[in-house]
Write a protein that binds this ligand. Structure first.
Ligand code: N01
Length: 512
């Protein structure tokens, strides 16, 4: 494939419609990785990346709440072809991770292809011309191919609590932190005790006057092994890059050791439960608090949370763990089931994301005008988590059943990129591909057949891994290397591959 400037394909009401070979949605790990691989492997630079934020990084740009840190080690939580020998911690803090992603965009010269502050409002497949119409809030585009990399954790979920909109103080979601709000001396609530809450609570507790933590379900907490990476280690990784492959491989292998317990024999996870309980007993003396923070479901059913700071934070004099359920929110604060009114200045919602009810899907129209949101109805289906019957020339990164609870999602993204690059290489230009409906159905049947034994089904918890129809359409139920193996090559026999319909696109001369 050759480098091509952006073409102007038509002009409507004075606005240009520009055409590209590949339109990418999102400049997080998926979108950046896709643009790099398209250029590196196929020489393809006729690409545009739409990013609704003003910077690259996706979820790692958006989630800038105090204490935000990746809970997967840095040596593995990075693109294999863009190692970073300069990580300062074994688990990167959000600013360092965001910096790494900015650095990638610079290193691979991606900025000329990124349209910042641009939201994709609609994707519509054109049956006649075999192209995608990409409507953004900054103009219209068309593309032969679309790679959707919106990220599963990009749409903040607010708690559905009556009166939330009546609260007269400040409301903040962890995924949209408002850095202009000064928490010093304020009465603050954190709703939720998931991965975000266990990081933000210890970070803000020393600053605020009073912190009320509203817990609906206690999480399983395990000891954190985070430590600074020494200057010597960094020097060695810079000097001998191969050395960094050792901790990367080690982290990968040790994390995969969790899969037998998560997927096949949840009883095996008792070992980790004992470690978690010992951690709690070491850090908490008060039997009443121990009772409140002890989960009553199997470890692994929800995300396992590493931290040494959560339990100590809960025992600070200015912190209260509230386990009575929230009944309503009034202008002055939160009311709990015991009738108590918790007066507040700020409420922090650490209540997660819309994961399976993907808002973007409602804006995607495929063959014959079918709508992806209506078809999925909150229960997404795809083939190998990547292509979708009825939506030709569309690839989805971190699609259904490619999420992980135990290992680096970047590994899964790279497996998907192998598949997409191979697909584009094989089909070439002027052909469309669409996964066969029967192939997609059988694939999902096989995935779902694995679910009944997994900890996400048997573990006795409610989690966002389970969708509106009661199916786990979030997590990959197996070893990640089996997914990598599956995705190493494109499988044309699973697809309908057709020539682009004539008449071919006619390029009009640019007006300007
Ligand atoms: O969100 P969550 P998160 N009233 O959905 C509670 C990734 N992540 O932002 O458990 C009261 O896990 C809800 O309670 P319950 C990671 O994949 C990664 O923390 O449903 N409480 C729960 O406690 C993670 O899994 C890192 O009963 C309400 C919490 O809110 C994902 O993001 C760091 C409520 C939501 O927890 C999401 O994590 C941070 C209500 N009405 C996040 N509604 C890394 O380090 C919800 N809750 C990589």
């Amino acid at each position: 494939m050759t480098e091509a400037p952006v073409q102007i394909t038509s002009s409507r009401n004075g606005t240009e419609t520009r055409h590209v070979r590949v339109a990418i949605l999102g400049a997080g790990f998926g979108g950046l990785g896709a643009a790099i691989r398209l250029e590196r492997d196929l020489g393809e630079r006729d690409v545009v990346i739409f990013e609704r934020h003003s910077e690259v990084g996706g979820t790692w740009w958006a989630n800038s709440y105090p204490g935000a840190q990746c809970d997967i080690p840095s040596h593995l939580y990075s693109l294999s072809f863009a190692p970073n020998p300069n990580w300062t911690r074994t688990f990167p803090l959000q600013p360092e991770l965001a910096e790494y992603m900015r650095d990638i965009a610079h290193r691979f010269g991606l900025h000329d292809r990124i349209r910042f502050n641009t939201t994709v409002e609609e994707l519509r497949w054109d049956d006649e011309r075999s192209i995608w119409h990409v409507k953004t809030d900054r103009g219209d585009w068309t593309a032969d191919m679309v790679i959707a990399a919106p990220g599963p954790l990009s749409e903040p979920r607010w708690p559905e609590i009556p009166g939330l909109d009546k609260f007269k103080g400040r409301l903040i979601h962890t995924a949209e932190w408002d850095h202009s709000v000064d928490l010093r001396g304020k009465r603050v609530a954190v709703i939720g005790t998931g991965a975000s809450a266990i990081q933000v609570v210890p970070a803000i507790a020393p600053t605020v006057a009073k912190l009320s933590v509203f817990q609906r379900t206690p999480p399983w907490i395990v000891p954190h092994t985070d430590r600074p990476i020494t200057a010597l280690e960094r020097f060695l990784y810079r000097r001998f890059p191969i050395l960094q492959r050792i901790p990367r491989a080690w982290v990968y292998i040790t994390r995969e050791l969790l899969v037998p317990g998560l997927v096949y024999r949840p009883n095996m996870l008792r070992v980790l439960e004992r470690i978690s309980k010992r951690h709690m007993e070491r850090q908490i003396r008060d039997p009443e608090l121990r009772r409140k923070v002890t989960p009553n479901y199997r470890l692994g059913c929800k995300r396992i949370l590493p931290t040494n700071k959560w339990y100590p934070a809960l025992q600070r004099d200015n912190v209260e763990l509230v386990t009575d359920s929230i009944t309503e929110i009034r202008p002055e604060g939160v009311v709990t089931a015991d009738g108590r009114v918790h007066e507040l200045d700020v409420i922090v919602a650490a209540t997660g994301f819309h994961v399976t009810d993907i808002p973007l899907a409602h804006h995607i129209y495929g063959r014959g005008g079918r709508n992806l949101g209506r078809e999925w109805e909150g229960s997404p289906q795809a083939y190998r988590g990547t292509t979708i019957a009825g939506y030709p020339n569309l690839f989805w990164l971190v699609g259904p059943n490619t999420g992980l609870g135990h290992n680096s999602i970047v590994f899964m993204i790279e497996a998907q990129l192998n598949y997409i690059i191979d697909a584009l290489r094989r089909i070439g230009r002027n052909r469309t591909i669409e996964v066969r409906e029967d192939v997609q159905r059988r694939f999902n049947e096989r995935i779902q057949a694995k679910m009944p034994k997994t900890v996400w089904t048997t573990g006795g918890c409610a989690s966002w891994y389970i969708d509106a129809k009661g199916r786990n359409t979030t997590i990959w139920p197996g070893f990640t290397f089996s997914y990598w193996w599956l995705m190493r090559r494109f499988d044309p026999e699973s697809y309908t591959i057709a020539p682009v319909r004539p008449p071919a696109r006619v390029a009009e001369p640019a007006a300007a």
